[in-house]
Design a protein around this ligand. Structure first.
Ligand SMILES: NC(=O)c1ccc[n+]([C@@H]2O[C@H](COP(=O)([O-])OP(=O)(O)OC[C@H]3O[C@@H](n4cnc5c(N)ncnc54)[C@H](O)[C@@H]3O)[C@@H](O)[C@H]2O)c1
Length: 388
């Protein structure tokens, strides 16, 4: 049974593993952190020292607390140290075979009742546990980047995960001051599935010459209240990362056209225009370059916003239809995982599901493209067959 005294193991000291270790140590747990790469471990330790001294400067933690948090993380040099851990969360490279082999080792080292968890973004939890003797003790605990700052955690049981473990893990992560939702073991879980049209419909409009990046970003922020527009967000995430998420969801969904990636983004990746990290993506980040200014025409802006918003609401409603998560959890996931200004299902009700269905049907007719296919649940709501 996991509780505030449980020892936590983290494997992989990259962006995610380091962040999760910080969260667990801040919640008072003793943490073991391991990485195959000695340099990653050293970087993780010095990065945490910098983060903690900034938090001390800002008055968020005392010097004593900062020292205690850092003192609770042990940087270890092998998996044998995980023998005493009650929960292990892996955040190593996103490769199925690596994760499977890692858990097979851990299963032999760790206690019989220890819980095993993966922070995977795109692999199925069932496949990661497929080679285990006791797959019922494995589940997904999906943090968002940066883990110490993003409140959402998706808890993802596989088909065979023991339900008592799910509840226990949810209570534990809640006690780490995170907001948890339960998601079905399906591609993209909640957030990375429902958010796809935010990017793809924006790129579609750009490809059509309907509006440029700056205008679309302006409409989404100014008229929609989103913190970032799709193009600046993709540039921040990095096109290599964002493209792979879209491609994985699409492939895993048996090539459902609704998730089809955009050639425009593929070309950016091929040309190494990865966004902020490479100095150029949709925008140019070199100091001397001047990016285009938006066309602040409100009428055009509202058309842009609605095209994206209607598809997002449709995706959220379809996730509910397919029982990916509860209505409440879908809305919490999008506001707390990607900072949307409102939950999409609540937003849809506010706009009117009939308006959204009409908009989607018009696009479906105009383009003949299955990406605009309205969810059966959306149609049922509008036809009065179902209330949600
Ligand atoms: N970066 C994100 O935004 C994000 C968000 C949520 C989930 N994730 C998931 O978290 C995981 C890690 O992502 P990241 O961005 O932190 O990657 P990263 O590249 O920053 O770090 C991965 C670390 O794992 C180490 N590693 C690789 N194989 C290992 C092994 N067999 N044993 C021990 N250490 C090993 C590497 O040396 C590296 O330090 C992935 O599964 C990813 O899908 C990433």
């Amino acid at each position: 049974m996991l509780n505030s005294q449980s020892n936590i193991g983290i494997i992989g000291a990259g962006a995610m593993g380091s962040g999760i270790a910080q969260v667990a140590a801040t919640a008072g747990h003793e943490v073991c952190l391991f990485d195959l790469n000695e340099k990653s471990l050293q970087n993780s330790k010095s990065k945490l020292a910098k983060i903690m001294s900034r938090l001390v400067e800002k008055g968020r933690v005392t010097i004593e607390e900062s020292e205690a948090i850092q003192g609770r993380i042990k940087y270890v040099d092998g998996l044998s140290h995980f023998e005493c851990c009650d929960l292990v969360i892996e955040a190593v490279v996103e490769k199925l075979q690596v994760k499977q082999e890692l858990f097979s080792h851990l299963e032999n080292i760790m206690k019989e009742d220890a819980v095993l968890a993966s922070n995977t973004s795109s692999l199925s939890i069932a496949s990661i546990g497929g080679k285990l003797k006791q797959p019922e003790r494995l589940l997904g605990i999906h943090f968002f980047n940066p883990a110490p700052l993003m409140p959402l955690v998706e808890i993802v049981p596989s088909l065979v995960t023991d339900s008592s473990i799910v509840e226990n893990v949810r209570d534990l992560i809640d006690s780490w001051k995170k907001i948890t939702v339960i998601a079905k073991d399906t591609p993209g879980f909640i957030v990375n599935r429902v958010a796809r049209p935010f990017y793809s419909e924006a790129i579609k409009m750009l490809e059509e010459g309907f509006a440029d990046e700056a205008t679309i970003d302006w409409a989404i922020k100014e008229l929609g209240g989103f913190r970032m527009g799709p193009f600046e967000l993709m540039d921040l995430i990095g096109h290599d990362v964002n493209y792979v998420v879209t491609e994985t969801v699409w492939t895993e969904m048996y090539f459902d056209p609704r998730y089809k990636p955009a050639l425009t983004q593929k070309r950016l990746v091929e040309a190494n225009r990865l966004g902020r990290k490479s100095g150029q993506g949709f925008y140019n980040y070199n100091e001397e370059s001047i990016n285009a200014q938006p066309n602040k025409d409100e009428k055009l802006g509202n058309v842009i916003l609605n095209r994206i918003l209607y598809m997002l609401v449709n995706e959220a409603i379809d996730a509910l239809f397919l029982q990916i998560a509860s209505k409440e959890d879908i809305d919490i996931a999008m506001t707390k995982g990607v900072n949307y200004p409102k939950g999409l299902i609540a937003w849809g009700a506010e706009i009117g599901f009939d308006t959204i269905l009409r908009g989607l049907n018009e696009s479906f007719e105009r383009y003949g493209d299955d990406r605009y296919r309205p969810s059966v649940l959306l149609k049922d709501i509008v036809n009065g067959k179902v209330t949600i």
